[in-house]
Write a protein that binds this ligand. Sequence first.
Ligand code: ADP
Ligand code: MG
Length: 255
Amino acid sequence: MIITIANQKGGVGKTTTVVNLATALASIDKKVLVIDMDPQYNSSMSFNSYEPKLSIYRVFSNEIKIEDTIQESQIPNLNIISACEDLAAAEYELADDENRNFLLKNYINNIKNDYEYIFIDTPPTLGLLTVSSLTASGEVLIPVQCEFFALEGLSKLIKTIELVKKNLNISLKLNGIILTMYDKRNSLSSLIEKEAREYFDTNVYKFNVPRNVTLSEAPSHGLPAIIYDLKCSGSQAYIALAKEFLERSNLNGSK
Ligand SMILES: Nc1ncnc2c1ncn2[C@@H]1O[C@H](COP(=O)(O)OP(=O)(O)O)[C@@H](O)[C@H]1O
Ligand SMILES: [Mg+2]
């Protein structure tokens, strides 16, 4: 199953969600691949796997086969394909390629049978990198930060997902919305939660991710929070979310 994590807002918890959900699933023996499609390569760094020579960009530029870009992470069952800054150039280098939205999907076809779950981390844009990730995926998962303008951009994202569904990938499904950086001392968090649940109903995950400083410290150690400090509230939240993720992906019946 291939899942894109998307939100065109930066800093909402996309990368943190990819890294920790992927780690949680790998730790219960699922075979997992993370593909970093963000030119800022934060998820590559979070696994200490930043490797520009093996970046997914080198596949787009026909320098290397996708099979040869796969790196083992320090976590058993979890492999990663790194991003690099050059990936930003793919947006315009591929602009004239009629097949551009399907390139990633076609590459992933060569490796997808080796994994139970492939997570694709995306940049904070709705350009080619995100659209081709959505085109390659069975499901999309949306992290939403509990802050004032959080829901504003969401309708644009949902519209983009609908467009991709209509024009490029009829089988794309919404896996769900995860509320991140939830601060129970801040009434705004509960307000955003209430609005999100009213509007998006059961599409919103039951568990929220609390604001937790360990989640933000772990990447500087090149480790997912779940490995760095399993007991912290952020790690525990992502473990609960991973269980819910499995329930939802079973319900959706996505391949
Ligand atoms: N629940 C959380 N609590 C505290 N800090 C968080 C949390 N989730 C993410 N962060 C931090 O917030 C910043 C943005 O998160 P990130 O996952 O990189 O977002 P995105 O990938 O959407 O840009 C990072 O510094 C990250 O470590
Ligand atoms: Mg990110």
